[in-house]
Design a protein around this ligand. Structure first.
Ligand code: ADP
Ligand code: MG
Length: 333
């Protein structure tokens, strides 16, 4: 069973009127805090539906929960596994992003992220020889998938940590639409979805965190869009004065090490935003600027280690950086 810690906060007294108010529900799942803020009647039941969805997605995509479908796939030891259509579909979409980003997104990295102790919380630098052996098990091009039949090589294992919250976001958005909700803000760790507008009709204002700080580096307005950030500061440990974070470069088996501190993607699709924020982070600034040129509908904000911020021209007018920040607009040309 998935252990969920649920807390329902009614943010305003509703009495017996049917007036809609913003209400909030917080769930602990996917190794993070998920907060749903929804404009609704007090008795709409929306939070039960959202929490049910969290449970279902967890039961499909968790790599650590022994009851999950992904866990069973990871135990298949080279044999063919009959997956649900949903899981097969998520994997196919991940492989398509892997191709598009030359393997920067690699869902087959699990043996390596486990060696770093990221899923368990037992963080440490892996032994070089062990890492070398595990690096032979992370080739995503070896994932065989035909309809819902999936076959991994023995020793391979998949990890949906880079896309799970984005996928869940899209499923929650579908529920909000079905329930005819007009306004909501979903916060799934670093994944935000601005659903509709605020009650007064204005766009949501999303703060983008300054890495390793409580301050806001930039503010962005958003409507019906995911705003997803991947960064070095979200999960890391320090050894001998050096920081090791949880986004791994498949080429080295080590945390991606480039000029970036975080990448934020703005997209109508939570899945795409989550997948590409991780992938662009691994690619670094220059390669991900080139990748964005093939993907001009999304917005991107890059925060560099030196504090400078790059942002794509389609965000111009809805994006403002903190005073004194060096900013550069990236154009399609
Ligand atoms: P967060 O989980 O903080 O939102 P990301 O979406 O960037 O951050 O996902 C990072 C997680 O994805 C890691 O904790 C790990 O489980 C997994 N991961 C790490 N490196 C990669 C990679 N190159 N490709 C795919 N998944 C990765
Ligand atoms: Mg991601």
């Amino acid at each position: 069973m998935v252990l969920l810690l649920c807390l329902l906060l009614v943010t305003a007294a509703s009495g017996c009127s049917q007036r809609k108010e913003y209400q909030e529900s917080t769930v602990y799942a996917m190794d993070t805090i998920l907060t749903f803020q929804v404009l609704t009647d007090s008795d709409s039941g929306i939070f039960d539906l959202l929490r049910k969805e969290v449970d279902q997605v967890n039961l499909m995509l968790s790599a650590t929960d022994a009851g999950s479908e992904l866990y069973r796939l990871n135990q298949s030891d080279g044999k063919c596994f009959e997956a649900s259509e949903e899981l097969a579909d998520v994997i196919v979409r991940c492989l398509s992003v892997a191709k598009e980003t030359n393997g920067a997104l690699n869902i087959a990295l699990y043996p390596v992220t486990q060696a770093w102790g990221f899923p368990s919380g037992d963080y440490h630098i892996p032994n070089g020889e062990i890492l070398k052996e595990l690096m032979k098990k992370i080739d995503w091009e070896e994932i065989q998938i035909e309809q819902n039949q999936i076959q991994l090589l023995p020793g391979m294992a998949l990890d949906m940590g880079a896309v799970g919250k984005g996928y869940l976001t899209d499923r929650c958005v579908e529920i909000l639409k079905e329930q005819q909700i007009s306004s909501a803000l979903l916060k799934l760790g670093g994944n935000i979805y601005a659903y509709g507008t605020r009650e007064d009709g204005s766009a949501w204002r999303i703060g983008i965190q300054k890495p390793f700080s409580e301050e806001v580096a930039a503010v962005l307005t958003a409507k019906n869009e995911a705003v997803v950030t991947s960064g070095t500061y979200q999960r890391y440990f320090e050894e001998d004065g050096k920081k090791y974070h949880h986004i791994i470069d498949s080429a080295t088996g080590y945390p991606a090490d480039n000029e970036l501190e975080s990448v934020t993607i703005v997209s109508a699709s939570g899945f795409q935003a989550d997948a590409l924020s991780t992938a662009y982070f691994v690619m670094g600034l220059d390669a991900s600027i080139q990748a964005w040129k093939q993907n001009p509908d999304i917005g991107v904000i890059w925060i560099l280690k030196d504090g400078a911020i790059y942002y794509t021209e389609n965000l111009n007018g809805r994006f403002s950086a903190a005073e004194g920040t060096e900013t550069y607009m990236v154009r399609q040309e």
